[in-house]
Design a protein around this ligand. Structure first.
Ligand code: SF4
Length: 79
């Protein structure tokens, strides 16, 4: 398996098994669809689920976390 995908899945698993509050699927999909249209969205070419936000530098994990917000002011996400 591609090392980037492997690392992504490992980090995702760590977040999902942590105490962090995770968004529901509807919120995740909302956020992700907004990110995909954003100028700061940088897709990983081998897997469209994996991306980097070039504004905050995160590897696309922050959209899963309830208390995190898009770094733009105002935030592009609804919640
Ligand atoms: S988190 Fe905000 S700035 Fe980053 S890609 Fe998504 S919408 Fe754009």
């Amino acid at each position: 398996m591609d090392i980037v995908i492997e690392q992504y899945l490992y980090e995702k698993k760590k977040i999902l098994s942590s105490n962090l509050k995770i968004v529901d699927n509807a919120t995740y999909n909302d956020r992700f669809s907004i990110c995909k249209l954003c100028n700061f969205y940088e897709k990983y070419e081998d897997n469209p689920e994996i991306f980097r936000c070039t504004k905050c530098g995160c590897a696309g994990f922050n959209i899963m976390i309830q208390n995190y917000q898009c770094p733009l002011k105002p935030s592009k996400w609804k919640k």
